[in-house]
Each structure stands twice: as structure tokens, then as C-alpha cells.
Design a protein around this ligand. Structure first.
Ligand SMILES: [Zn+2]
Length: 454
């Protein structure tokens, strides 16, 4: 089936503005404060030059030569930073407050990719639970033929029969998740994912607070990891508890897709992650989202957040009965405890020099709002003890490294022109990451944030 037949609305990609193309001249953004994704401080009075889809120069005014034919945009007082990159999100799981396989449609996924970009997230890794249409959408996103965040994906991912991830929670169809019963079935699942071009392998090692009877057996995850590595694929593991994280890293997992949330990390664990060069994605915003909207904090009342919520989700968050029930629930208390432990552990691991990635598990549940969760993650990283610059570098350059992407994540010559223009400096106050004026992707200006609401 042709793509346009699948998605008639796409044939008219009207929402894109082709400023760069139309001019067919390089664009020079001058007078800006530049956060390039690598430097430890912003570069004041900087210049960013874009030609087509790529950056051709970026740096201090004293080092960058503006081409004589360039179209100049003076942006004094503005900050330019790379587009955010999520290493752990999901697409096609949620629609409004509805969760389930019926939402894995190209229309819904496209709307979510646009929602990400509208809030400055220009690349997204859908870390599992993907249906059969994912490779086609990913190819269209890579080719720049659809608006929205560029999409990478872990095919289905590998769970456990009668175990994690709990079907009652994710409600996916059988073509969105493997649940191998043996090591050999685990290897078969990895090979099938590889054949469909998966970008990584994901497995779940967790009993979800004792809510599921079975956990992945060591022989199965060892086989999955071995097969993935044989085929040149990295393995990301969903974990919650320290002992599971330790076991799966010892077995060779390359990425911990969540922070350790049951107890403090110990020196042996820290040494293990350092020795194995394991990536660690804390997903702080995940647990915060479980309780925070019921508390109605100031950040949740801002237009940046409110315009990202569907009608149904807004109604839920505003319902006093839902707020009261959520606040007093054991689930909310558990999430508060998990977040506190996650914050503490992240600081320890960061200080030890462990490789930290960036992700939130946005899109896996209604309250994990695409494009909002990522800015909460930045704020929470600062709460954990990151400087704002460290948080921003993690969410851009380091996040690209985790995905093996050398063409984005930093603003330097040769890389994709994926960047955000902000009205205030996020290195001074991380909350300024939401003060987005423009979003540029592959050298094209995208829809502004105000129209991001679905
Ligand atoms: Zn996830």
C-alpha cells in the first residue's frame, strides 16, 4: 500500500514553513546566546548559520564568518539550543485518556510526533510496544516526508508470559510485544526484530511491585542479550529495583531504561555501571506524573502544559474527586517514594561519571504527556543536583550519543539544523526551556507551540 493511500491527510504537508528553501540562501541567526550541546557555558553574541538541512557554522561572532549572500536574522536576547532528544518514549499507546492497541494508528502517531516537535523534542526513540506500521512511519520520518519528531524504534520488545509489562496496563495487541517462554524463543524474537530493522532491543525485568506472578528468567534475558549483541544491537532493560538492574547489567544489558527506585545504589553497583559503560536513563518525570497533576502545581497550570492536554485529560486533571482520590492513593505514595529515591540515585551516579541518557517514558500512559514530560525531566534533573547546562547537555548531546546518532544533538558544522529558539536563558533557570518561540527541524521552521493542542 502506498503511504499516501494510508494517510491522505499527509499528502498536504501544509503545516511546514519552508523559509530556508524558499530563500535558497544560507540563514544567519546573529546576536544569539548559543547553547551548543557541548560547551560547559553558553556562548554569548554567537552566530548560527544554516544552509538547507544542515548547520554550516556555529560559534562566537568573532570566529564565524557570515556568508555575503546570507539572509540575516538578528536575535539579540534570544537563546538557541539543540532540539531535545528523548531516548525513552512511546508512540501509539495513548489517545486522550484511552490506552490500548486501537491507538496504534498512523494518524495518532503522527499527531504525537507533531506534539513532541511543537515543544522542542525533535527526535524520539519509541522504546518498544510498536506495531507493524512502525517501520514505515519511521522511514517517512527519517526521509523528512512527515512533520513532527524524527522517529526511532524498538520494534515490539520482549516481555514475559503472565508477567511484565502487565497487559492490564499497556493493553497492546499480540503484534506489539513478544512474550517468549524460553531462551530459544527469546533468540527467535530478537532475530525477528532485527529482520524488521529494529534500532535496539528492549526487555522488561520487573514484577511491577508484585502485581504480576512471573519475572523474566535469567536464562531468557541472557539469551536475548547474547543474540542481540551477536546481531550488533544494543539492549535496553526496563527495571525498577536495584537487584534486577544489577543482574541485567551483569548479563550485558547496555542501557537501563529507568532509574533504580527501590533502594539506594551501592558502591559495587556504581563500579559495575562505570566498568561496563552502561547508559542510565532515570525517567524521573514518570513517577512525578503519577501524582503531580492531582496536586495542581503552578507548572501544570501554564499554557505550555495546558495546551498539550486533550479535552478528556484536562477534565480528569481538573476533577476534584479525581484529584482527591489520586492524592490519597497508595499508587501516588509509591510514586512519591520512587521519585525521591530516583533523584538521590541519579545524583550519585552522575557524580561518579556514569553515562546518563535522557528519557521520560512519555506516551506510555495518559499523564506522561509528550513534549511536557521532557521539560519536567529537565527541571527534575536540576532538582537532583545537575546544573542547568548539565541537564541540557544530557538531553541533547548525550541523548544522541546513546542512540548512536552523530548527526544531531549538538549545534556545530555538518549536523542537522534541529534547534529551538527561546525567549529566556535556560542555563540561568531551567524553567526557561519551555519559553519556546520557534522550533527548527532539518532547517525548516515547524508549527509553533500554541497550535500543539490536539
Ligand atoms: Zn517505556
Amino acid at each position: 500500500m502506498r503511504w499516501n493511500a494510508l494517510l491522505p491527510a499527509l499528502a498536504v504537508a501544509t503545516s511546514l514553513s519552508f523559509v530556508g528553501d524558499a530563500a535558497a540562501r544560507p540563514l544567519a541567526f546573529t546576536g544569539v546566546r548559543l547553547i551548543d550541546g557541548q560547551s560547559s557555558k553558553p556562548i554569548e553574541d554567537a552566530v548560527l548559520i544554516v544552509d538547507g538541512e544542515r548547520i554550516v557554522a556555529a560559534g562566537s561572532r568573532t570566529t564565524v564568518v557570515v556568508p555575503s549572500d546570507a539572509e540575516i536574522r538578528d536575535l539579540h536576547g534570544r537563546t538557541i539550543m539543540p532540539g531535545l532528544i528523548s531516548d525513552h518514549s512511546h508512540v501509539g499507546i495513548v489517545n486522550g485518556i484511552d490506552v490500548g492497541a486501537q491507538n496504534y494508528t498512523s494518524e495518532n502517531i503522527l499527531a504525537q510526533l507533531k506534539a513532541y516537535t511543537a515543544r522542542g523534542v525533535t527526535t524520539v526513540m519509541a522504546l518498544g510496544l510498536n506495531g507493524a506500521i512502525m517501520p514505515e512511519i519511521r522511514a517517512e520520518a527519517h526521509a523528512g516526508r512527515i512533520p513532527g519528531a524524527d522517529l526511532f524504534g524498538v520494534d515490539r520488545g520482549i516481555g514475559v508470559p503472565d508477567g511484565g509489562p502487565p497487559q492490564a496496563m499497556i493493553r497492546v495487541s499480540s503484534d506489539q510485544l513478544f512474550r517468549p517462554a524460553s531462551a530459544e524463543e527469546g533468540r527467535d524474537a530478537v532475530r525477528a526484530m532485527k529482520e524488521r530493522g529494529t534500532d535496539m532491543v528492549k526487555l522488561w525485568l520487573d514484577d511491577f511491585g508484585g502485581s504480576v506472578p512471573a519475572k523474566m528468567q535469567p536464562a531468557v534475558y541472557a539469551a536475548v542479550i547474547d543474540e542481540a549483541h551477536r546481531l550488533g544491537l544494543l539492549v535496553a532493560a526496563h527495571v525498577h529495583d536495584l537487584e534486577d538492574a544489577r543482574a541485567v547489567v551483569r548479563a550485558g544489558a547496555d542501557v537501563l531504561a529507568h532509574g533504580v527506585r527501590d533502594k539506594p545504589v551501592d558502591p559495587d553497583f556504581v563500579t559495575l555501571l562505570e566498568a561496563r559503560h552502561t547508559w542510565y536513563i532515570a525517567t524521573l518525570a514518570l513517577d512525578e506524573a503519577t501524582f503531580a497533576y492531582a496536586d495542581a502545581p503552578a507548572w501544570a497550570q501554564t499554557p505550555f502544559v495546558r495546551t498539550a492536554l486533550s479535552h478528556d485529560l484536562k477534565a480528569r486533571f481538573d476533577d476534584p474527586v479525581w484529584q482527591r482520590d489520586t492524592r490519597s492513593s497508595t499508587k501516588a505514595q509509591g510514586a512519591r517514594d520512587s521519585l525521591a529515591m530516583n533523584l538521590t540515585n541519579l545524583k550519585v551516579l552522575k557524580d561518579a561519571g556514569v553515562r546518563i541518557g535522557f528519557g521520560t517514558d512519555s506516551g506510555a500512559a495518559p499523564e506522561r504527556v509528550p513534549g511536557v514530560a521532557e521539560h519536567r525531566e529537565l527541571a527534575l534533573m536540576v532538582q537532583a543536583g545537575f546544573t542547568p547546562m548539565e541537564a541540557l547537555t544530557t538531553a541533547t548531546a548525550r541523548a544522541a550519543d546513546l542512540l548512536g546518532l552523530r548527526d544531531r544533538g549538538q549545534l556545530e558544522a555538518g549536523r542537522r539544523a534541529d534547534f529551538i529558539i527561546l525567549s529566556a536563558d535556560p542555563s540561568e533557570d531551567i524553567a526557561n526551556s519551555t519559553r519556546i518561540i520557534e522550533i527548527w527541524q532539518r532547517g525548516r521552521m515547524q508549527e509553533p507551540v500554541s497550535s500543539a493542542s490536539p
